[in-house]
Design a protein around this ligand. Structure first.
Ligand SMILES: *Cc1c(COP(=O)(O)O)cnc(C)c1O
Length: 385
């Protein structure tokens, strides 16, 4: 079945007991196994069945089946946040003495986790400036490679095929953070990537009301990640959040089509506006990653970055005049959002690291929502004026 059908139906069955159409919220921390013999079999792994909601919960389990179908994965795991997903992947797959490679830039929280916390486990973290640099120079000691296909907030495009080639050279595990594109636009596993992860907080949830994380891949790797994420680190998602994430995912294709449509309209408007110094959107033919993304993705995403002359002062005047766009971090919500990364999401970075990540004082990041494009354009036009 096709993606839109799977997003509605996969992993979901009418509740055999009550006939409930949508997955019930199983708000229970523990589950009886009824007999001592059955308890022994469940703990021993001979029998399936739920035990304790840190290990698994029926609401979450149906969501995981849906997400596995959407990613074309053998198995998916849903956890408490995108950061819980990243940390579980790294602790599950890298040992002390191993090297973890990443293609710069990464999401700020991921960057900080690798450099400040993961290194304390005796794991070396190595930065590569581009997909080509990784492919040319990857070290034989590399165990895991982490990258984002469309980076934040400078919207650089990293070619997953080059990362897969680099991983194959040294037998490393490739991991794609696919938060910005979602499986509707790109399925990294079909391109040969070993694991895909998401901040479910963003487009998958889509409504700005939950924090969630997703990992998907083949069972052999997922078994390790699941154990570390749930049993050891202890970061399950709650059943209420799992329910909301499942509801969000059902409309993912409809929302993404609206995000894509609006982003393309806005990018074209911004490009023609004399008050905007630079427009960065992979959907513009002028973007250096346009052709690569066209090859691997069904669309260019809903994020646009612009540069205005005049640093923080000019950006602040623009942001404070916006009426429809809300000033907030996060992205992928129904609502359009705007932020000034240098003074907010990237303020804790050194000036050099900010420059390397392409974050300067003139940069404003826009998460384009699903409102009417004409209204969004009108809001930007008046704020620029
Ligand atoms: C937000 C985000 C994360 C972190 O996810 P949380 O759900 O906030 O923990 C990781 N990667 C990317 C690309 C993100 O945008």
């Amino acid at each position: 079945m096709k993606f839109k059908t799977l997003s509605v139906h996969a992993g979901q069955q009418v509740d055999p007991q009550t006939g409930a159409l949508t997955t019930p919220v199983y708000q229970s921390s523990t589950f009886s196994y009824f007999t001592a013999e059955e308890g022994k079999a469940r703990f021993g792994g001979q029998n399936p069945g739920f035990i304790y909601s840190r290990f698994g919960n029926p609401t979450t389990a149906e969501l995981e089946q849906k997400l596995a179908a959407l990613e074309g994965a053998e198995e998916a795991l849903v956890v408490a946040s995108g950061m819980a997903a990243v940390s579980a992947i790294m602790y599950a797959l890298a040992d002390s003495g191993d090297e973890v490679a990443f293609v710069d830039p990464l999401y700020g929280g991921t960057d900080a986790f690798l450099k400040q916390t993961l290194v304390r486990a005796g794991i070396t973290v190595t930065r590569y400036g581009s997909d080509q640099e990784l492919l040319d120079n990857i070290s034989a000691n590399t165990k895991v490679i982490l990258f984002e296909t469309v980076t934040n907030p400078n919207l650089k495009v990293i070619d997953p095929r080059k990362v897969v080639a680099a991983a194959n050279k040294v037998g490393a595990i490739s991991v794609c953070d696919n938060t910005f594109l979602t499986p509707y636009l790109m399925q990294p596993l079909q391109l040969g990537v070993d694991l895909v992860m998401h901040s479910g907080t963003k487009y998958l949830g889509g409504h700005g009301d939950i924090i969630a994380g997703v990992v998907a891949g083949r069972t052999e790797l997922m078994a390790k990640v699941r154990t570390v994420a749930l049993k050891h680190i202890g970061s399950p998602i709650g059943p209420q959040e799992a329910y909301l994430l499942q509801r969000g995912v059902k409309t993912l294709p409809l929302r993404m089509d609206a995000h894509l449509h609006n982003a393309q309209q806005l990018a074209q408007f911004l490009q023609s506006h004399p008050g905007v110094k630079k427009v960065v959107y992979p959907g513009l033919a002028s973007h250096p990653g346009h052709e690569v993304l066209k090859d691997v993705s069904r669309g260019f995403g809903g994020m646009i970055s612009i540069e205005l002359d005049g640093g923080f002062g000019a950006c602040a005047r623009f942001l404070d005049k916006l009426e429809l766009f809300t000033q907030a971090v996060s992205l992928g919500d129904l609502e359009s959002l705007a932020c000034h990364p240098a003074s907010t999401t990237h303020a804790a970075m050194s000036a050099e690291a900010r420059a390397a990540a392409g974050v300067n004082d003139d940069l404003v990041r826009l998460s384009i929502g699903v409102e009417d494009a004409d209204d969004l354009i009108a809001d930007i036009r008046q704020a620029l004026a």
